[in-house]
Ligand binder design. Structure first.
Ligand code: G3P
Length: 221
């Protein structure tokens, strides 16, 4: 399973890269707004930081077909690793069909149902992003949608999409996604740390180091 970082904060991305835990980055308009930066400037810095091999999702903010197309072409031209994020609305599906037929990679975002995932896959999206946390928030099981989407992709060889577990709220979403065969989890920085922190690891390490230090003292004496 690949880990994308769901952030527009370059310090977080730098740290995740340093840990070897960043296979790509997803942004959205809210994350860009949180940084208070111009979208193009922030996204270009991220593309430069992660290098051409790692995909970086940049979202359109237009909601009409012509506007989505215009922004999709603009964003795709920013850098070679840009993936254009397009929301699952009718105009978005229409735009996805057009731009994917021209070789632009799309991350279909704001997916909350299997029919939406199916339409995005049929429209040639490279990535399908079911929003599991927001789905859980309103009383549904977000991970069930991931499971169904994985089953759907397995059933048809001609779909070439990868599932991104998005709107991740904790390590359990990542773990469950992994068990269900999701290809990627896009993880907020705070959750990334929780994937490797464990109190028993810390306690175990403290004990190992204390025992070894005691041995050194005994050998000296
Ligand atoms: O990748 C989707 C994500 O950006 C939305 O997450 O935490 O705002 O529901 P969240």
């Amino acid at each position: 399973m690949k880990f994308f970082l769901d952030t527009a904060n370059v310090d977080e991305i730098r740290q995740a890269l340093d840990w070897g835990l960043c296979d790509g980055v997803t942004t959205n308009p809210s994350l860009i707004a949180k940084e208070g930066r111009d979208m193009k400037e922030a996204v270009l810095e991220i593309c430069d930081l992660v290098g051409p091999e790692r995909p970086v999702s940049a979202e359109v903010v237009a909601t009409d077909y012509e506007g989505i197309l215009k922004e999709a072409y603009e964003r795709a031209a920013w850098a070679e690793n840009i993936v254009v994020k397009i929301p699952l609305i009718a105009e978005g599906i229409k735009a996805m069909n057009k731009v994917t037929s021209e070789g632009i990679r799309v991350n279909a975002t704001l997916i909350f149902s299997l029919p939406q995932a199916l339409l995005a896959a049929k429209a040639g999206a490279s990535y399908l992003s079911p929003f599991v946390g927001r789905h859980d928030d309103v009383g549904w099981d977000g991970m069930e949608l991931v499971e169904q989407t994985a089953t759907m992709l397995d059933a048809y060889d001609y779909f070439d999409a990868e599932i991104i577990v998005a709107s991740v709220r904790g390590a359990w979403h990542v773990v469950q996604g992994c068990m269900m065969g999701a290809h990627i989890a896009t993880v907020p920085f705070g959750t990334l740390g929780k994937l490797f922190n464990h109190p028993l690891t810390d306690q175990g390490l403290d004990k190992f180091l204390a025992d070894y230090a005691k041995l050194q003292e005994e050998l000296k004496g």
